[in-house]
Ligand binder design. Structure first.
Ligand code: GMT
Length: 377
C-alpha cells in the first residue's frame, strides 16, 4: 500500500484508548507510514525513539480573558498547523468528542482533501452519549467523519441506540502483539509480593472508576478465599480507591488483597496470575482481558458491552451477569481448584488472541479502511 502521512489524536495518559492509539501508531510506523502524534503530552507508551514517528505537543495557554483554558481550540489549531506543515493525508481521532470534532474543524481550516477517521472507544459514547446536551455534537462528529470504527459490535449497537447517526460504523477490534514478550527477569515476583507457592493469584487491572464495580470483585474474592488459598492483586488507581480500601477492611481481606497502584509493566504480573477479573457495568471492549489472555490467563467478566466478544463463556473464561458476585465466586472457585480446566481455558485464551486479536490482523483492517477513504472523492 502507498505510504501515508497519518496524524493520531488521542488522550496520551494511561487508559485503553491511549494505549491502543499509540500501539496502532507504532505498528503503522513499522509498516513505513509517517505517524504524527498530536497530543497534550508524549503518549506514555512512546517511551523510546521510533523511526517514522513524530510528536507535536498541544500547548494550552491560560489567557486572562478566558475563564477556562481553550484546550480543544488549541488542539484544532495544532492539528491544522501539522496538516499544513507536514501534508497529512489522514487524521485518526480516538474519541468522537472532543478529538473528531477538532479534526473536522482542522479539516475545514486547511485542506478539504484531508480525511478524518474516528474510532469510538466507549467512554465517549456511554458517558457523553447519555448526556442529551452532547448528543448532537457526537452525532455531528460521527456523521462528518470520513469513516468511523468502534472497538466492538456492542459499541456499534449502543452508538446507534443512543445517538442514531446516519453513518456506517465498522467494528475493528482492539489488538495486542502476539506472542507475549519473553520473561527475562530472574526475580521471584510471587515471593516479592509475599504470595505463597500454593496460593492462587487473581488479578484485576483498571482505572478504579465506579463503572468497574470493584466491590463486586471483592465480594466474590471473599467467598473464594474461604475455600482455597489465594490472593487478589489489584492494579491501578482512581476515584474509587477510598471505597475499595474501606470494603477490603470491612470484609477482613487486608492480608489477602495486594494493592499495587499504577504499574507500567504488567506482563510479569499476568505471568504469575491464575485468573483475571473484570466485573464492569460498562465496558466497550476490555483491553486488559487481551493482556491477560496473551499470557494464558483465563478471564471472568460480566455480560456487558464488548466483554462477551472477548471472553467466550466456558472456552477461555466465564461470563456472569452484572453484580452477580455469587456466580463469580462459584466460577472462580471452579477455575482455581481445577488445574487441568484452568490450563485448557488458558490455552484457548492464547489461541483466541492469535486468531482474532493479533496486531497484524487488525492493523491490516485499519490500512484497508484508510485506503478506502482515500479512494472516495
Ligand atoms: O475506562 C476505561 O477503561 C478507559 C477507557 C478509555 O477511554 O481509555 O477505555 C475504553 O477504551 C478501551 C480501548 O478501546 C476499551 O478497552 C475499554 O473497554 C473502554 N472503557 C469503557 O468502555 C468503560
Amino acid at each position: 500500500m502507498k505510504k501515508l502521512k497519518i496524524g493520531i489524536v488521542c488522550y496520551p495518559t494511561v487508559g485503553g484508548s491511549g494505549i491502543l492509539a499509540t500501539e496502532l501508531g507504532i505498528s503503522l510506523a513499522k509498516r513505513g507510514h509517517e505517524i504524527h502524534f498530536i497530543t497534550s503530552s508524549m503518549p506514555f507508551r512512546l517511551n523510546k525513539r521510533y523511526p517514522n514517528i513524530y510528536f507535536h505537543q498541544v500547548e494550552v495557554n491560560q489567557y486572562a480573558v478566558f475563564q477556562y483554558p481553550p484546550y480543544t481550540l488549541s488542539l484544532a489549531s495544532k492539528i491544522a498547523e501539522v496538516v499544513k506543515n507536514e501534508g497529512l493525508d489522514i487524521i485518526h481521532a480516538h474519541y468522537a468528542m472532543p478529538h473528531a470534532v477538532c479534526g473536522i474543524l482542522a479539516k475545514q481550516m486547511t485542506n478539504e482533501r484531508l480525511k478524518v477517521v474516528t474510532t469510538l472507544h466507549g467512554t465517549d459514547i456511554t458517558v457523553l452519549g447519555s448526556d442529551s446536551s452532547m448528543q448532537d455534537m457526537i452525532k455531528f462528529a460521527i456523521e462528518k467523519s470520513d469513516a468511523v470504527t468502534a472497538v466492538s459490535n456492542a459499541l456499534v449497537k449502543e452508538t446507534y441506540d443512543l445517538i442514531q447517526p446516519d453513518k456506517e460504523i465498522k467494528t475493528i477490534y482492539n489488538f495486542i502483539d502476539y506472542p507475549a514478550p519473553a520473561d527475562n527477569s530472574d526475580i521471584d515476583l510471587k515471593a516479592e509480593l509475599n504470595i505463597k507457592e500454593d496460593e492462587k493469584v487473581i488479578i484485576h487491572v483498571s482505572n478504579f472508576r465506579k463503572v468497574k464495580r470493584i466491590p463486586d470483585i471483592l465480594h466474590a474474592f471473599a467467598a473464594v478465599s474461604k475455600r482455597l488459598p489465594c490472593k487478589l492483586v489489584l492494579v491501578g488507581d482512581g476515584p474509587e480507591m477510598g471505597t475499595v480500601n474501606k470494603q477490603i477492611k470491612k470484609l477482613g481481606l487486608r492480608e489477602r488483597v495486594i494493592l499495587l497502584g499504577k504499574q507500567e509493566n504488567l506482563h510479569e504480573l499476568y505471568a504469575i496470575s491464575d485468573a483475571c477479573v473484570l466485573m464492569s457495568e460498562k465496558e466497550s471492549f476490555g483491553l486488559v482481558l487481551l493482556e491477560a489472555m496473551l499470557h494464558g490467563v483465563p478471564c471472568l467478566g460480566t455480560n456487558i458491552g464488548g466483554i462477551p466478544e472477548v471472553i467466550q463463556d466456558g472456552v477461555n473464561g466465564y461470563i456472569v451477569e452484572k453484580g452477580d458476585s455469587d456466580s463469580a465466586a462459584e466460577k472462580l472457585y471452579e477455575l482455581l481448584n481445577d488445574d487441568r480446566k484452568r490450563q485448557a481455558l488458558g490455552e484457548n485464551a492464547i489461541r483466541i488472541v492469535r486468531e482474532h486479536f493479533e496486531t497484524s490482523r487488525i492493523v491490516d483492517q485499519y490500512e484497508d479502511l484508510y485506503a478506502s477513504v482515500l479512494l472516495e472523492e
